[in-house]
Every structure is written in C-alpha cells, then in structure tokens.
Ligand binder design. Structure first.
Ligand code: NIG
Length: 385
C-alpha cells in the first residue's frame, strides 16, 4: 500500500538535502510505501497514481514531523514511588538508593503483569507521537531477573539495553567488584540473546568510574552499543572515560565540566539530556545552549522510570529544553528525533529522508514551535509507524 499525505503546512524532515540539518519544507507532501519514505517534495509537484493501492490523505495545512525517538527509558518496571517524589518536593535529595524499591516490586511481578505494564506505557507514548522506544533492564539485578526483563522488553522493541549495572544489590554490599564480575560474565551471557546495548549508572551509590570502565569494555567485546549514565548528580571523571571508550551516548550530563564539553564536541558521542529527571529531582537544568554552541550533538529523551522521571511525554521534555535549557524549538525537536536516532546508532530513524522509516506524526498545529509553545498538551493527531 502506498500512502500520500498532501497539503502539509510545514514538513520537518531533518534531511539536510532541503537546505540545513532541519530540512523544513512548506506546502509539502510525503509519500511512503511498505513503511519506507519514497518521495518528499512540494505539494504542487506530487504525482499521485490513481489506483486501488494508493491512499491519499489531507493534512489540511498542519505540521508533520518525524516520529519521536525516545532513546533512554526504563519502561520494564512494576510499582511506583510517588511518596519518594513527594518527599523530594519537600526538600529531600534524590539518591540511587530508591532503585531497590522498584527492583523488589518488579521482581514480584509475573511475566504477564510486566507485559501489560510495558504495553500500556508504550501505547501512551505512541499516542503522543513516539514511534521508537529504547528499553533498559536494570530493575532485576539477578541473572535470572535481568534475563527475564531483557527477554520481555525484546518483545516490544529492537532497542533493548542491558543495565545490570544499575545499583549494587544488597547481597553484594561490601563486595561490589564481585557483582561487577557477575555483570560482565554470567549476567551478560544470559541477556546477550535479547539486548543490543549495554549501559552503566556511574555515580555515588551506584558504580565507580573504574567499575564502569570494566562494564563498558565487556559490552564492547560483545559488540554491543555502549551508553553511560554520567554526571547526573555531580561532576565526574566518568564522562571523559566513557568518551575514550567510544560510547554512543553519555546520558544525563547535568554536571559537565568545560573539559567534558570539549571532549564531547570532539567525539562522535551523543549527549542525551533528560530534563524530566532534572525536573523531578529538583536538579539544575544543564545549559544545552552552551553544549550546542560548542558543537556537541544533543539528544533529548524522557528517561521514563518510576524514580527520577515518571513521564512518557517527550514533548514535555522539549518544552523544558526550550524554556529552561536554551534550545530553540527546532533544535529541541531535532534532538528528540534525529538526536535520539544517532544515540541509538540508526540512520533510518528520526528523519524523513528518502529510504528512512516512515515514522510520521501529524501535529494538531500549524508548525512544530507549538510543541514548546503549548506545554503539557499532546499535539499528535495522527501517528504512522
Ligand atoms: O536514569 N540514574 C539511574 N537510573 C534512572 C533512575 C532510576 C530510578 O530512580 O529508579 C535514571 O534517572
């Protein structure tokens, strides 16, 4: 089946062929077939075949964008931690320790209960225009439970990231390196059939820079894409260590030094900013303007999880990035689409170039600026993926 969407007021393609990295066209049309973009151009130049296999749709002057690529989520969990959020809003700081609460709830859930929870969250995201979702493990923390989370997450997405190194489980307190041995050995073996990437939470109360380096090396040896949670709560040597390991993305980056920013700008590593967590943990927002001006490639993602960022809304993150972090609406949209795709090492997601995946969102708005201009409103009118 071929679909032609015509009468698009503003089409954001992120395809440099149309002038710059944002590739914005006005009065445009787009055609796709079997899930792949086949033609993009001015509406006046579209040639529509009149046959039974072609459907022609009218955007009535609305804006159309690539589907959002949410490159950092922790959707495989059970339970919730609203009391912890409430006490943070009353002044208590966020700490990695809360993760254990979710580990207990998740490990107590059946496979079907987890499937149900994940599918509800994915449907909620899809309704808001998110068409690609990365899912991390990390709320299992035993070999069997991490393998179970990886297996179930893989039923929902091609982008499953092993995060056995989320926190040190209670049984290994005082013997942390022994847990790192398990993560790099038996646990990695067990999740390997289901995962495409590996991640580590490098922070006080989680993993040290040396332990994180071991975990990234073990993942790279298996040819997994590598990511790191770094500088979320304080500055850390982990950022430059991870760049030296060639990670695809450094995630969080709330407390980056000037040297970190320079190292990111000179590397092929994406900086994935997660403003939902800074919002929900009362952290300062990072200065994305500074990063972009330095030449860093920035992605935006929700970090959807029950502890530090219980939001499924990437447009909420766009609005914060624009209002509080110095990004333009166009840069923020790019970061939530093409930036996310780059963090996942994909060239066919996050843009509407010819040959890319036809993950397309029609907004109930005349232009993409409305994503930040109308915070808290789901503007996705029709979503194709
Ligand atoms: O990315 N920082 C580590 N992991 C999550 C939080 C997980 C939790 O608090 O349950 C994050 O913010």
């Amino acid at each position: 089946m071929t679909t032609v969407l015509r009468n698009i007021g503003e089409l954001v393609t992120n395809d440099p062929r149309w002038g710059d990295q944002f590739g914005i066209l006005h009065d445009a049309a787009i055609e796709w077939e079997d899930g792949i973009v086949r033609w993009v151009g001015l509406d006046s130049e579209v040639s529509v075949r009149a046959d039974r296999n072609t459907e022609v749709l009218d955007a009535e002057g609305r804006a159309v964008i690539p589907g959002f690529v949410d490159s950092h989520t922790h959707l495989a969990f059970a339970g919730e931690r609203s009391r912890e959020f409430e006490s943070r809003m009353a002044g208590k700081p966020y700490s990695a320790g809360g993760i254990a609460t979710t580990v207990a709830a998740t490990n107590a859930a059946t496979d079907d209960e987890l499937r149900e929870l994940i599918s509800i969250r994915i449907a909620e995201m899809h309704r808001q225009g998110t068409t690609t979702i990365e899912i991390k493990t990390g709320y299992g923390l035993t070999v069997d439970h991490e393998a179970r989370l990886a297996r179930i997450a893989r039923e929902f997405t091609d982008y499953v990231t092993f995060l056995g190194a989320h926190v040190i489980p209670i049984d290994f307190r005082g013997n942390e390196d022994a847990y790192v041995d398990v993560v790099c050995g038996e646990m990695l073996d067990a999740v390997a059939p289901f995962v495409t990437a590996i991640d580590v939470f490098c922070e006080d109360g989680a993993f040290t820079v040396g332990q994180a380096a071991r975990i990234l090396a073990a993942g790279a040896e298996r040819e997994l894409t590598t990511h790191i949670h770094a500088a979320q709560l304080r500055p850390s040597d982990s950022v430059q260590m991870a760049i030296a390991h060639g990670v695809a993305s450094v995630d969080h980056g709330t407390f980056l030094s000037d040297a970190d920013v320079r190292a990111l700008a000179e590397s092929g590593t994406v900086l994935t900013l997660l403003p939902g967590s800074d919002f929900s943990t009362r952290q300062p927002y990072p200065n994305a303007r500074n990063f972009l001006d330095a030449g860093v490639t920035v992605a935006l993602a929700t970090n959807c999880n029950p502890g530090s960022s219980y939001t499924s809304s990437i447009s909420f993150c766009i609005a914060i990035a624009v209002r509080e972090m110095g990004m333009t609406p166009t840069e923020a949209l790019w970061a939530a689409t093409q930036g996310g795709a780059m963090a996942l090492c994909s060239t066919v997601l996050g843009n509407l170039g010819i040959g890319s995946n036809a993950h397309i969102v029609e907004l109930d708005a005349p232009n993409h600026v409305h994503l930040a201009y109308r915070p808290g409103v789901n503007l996705a009118r029709r979503v194709w993926s």
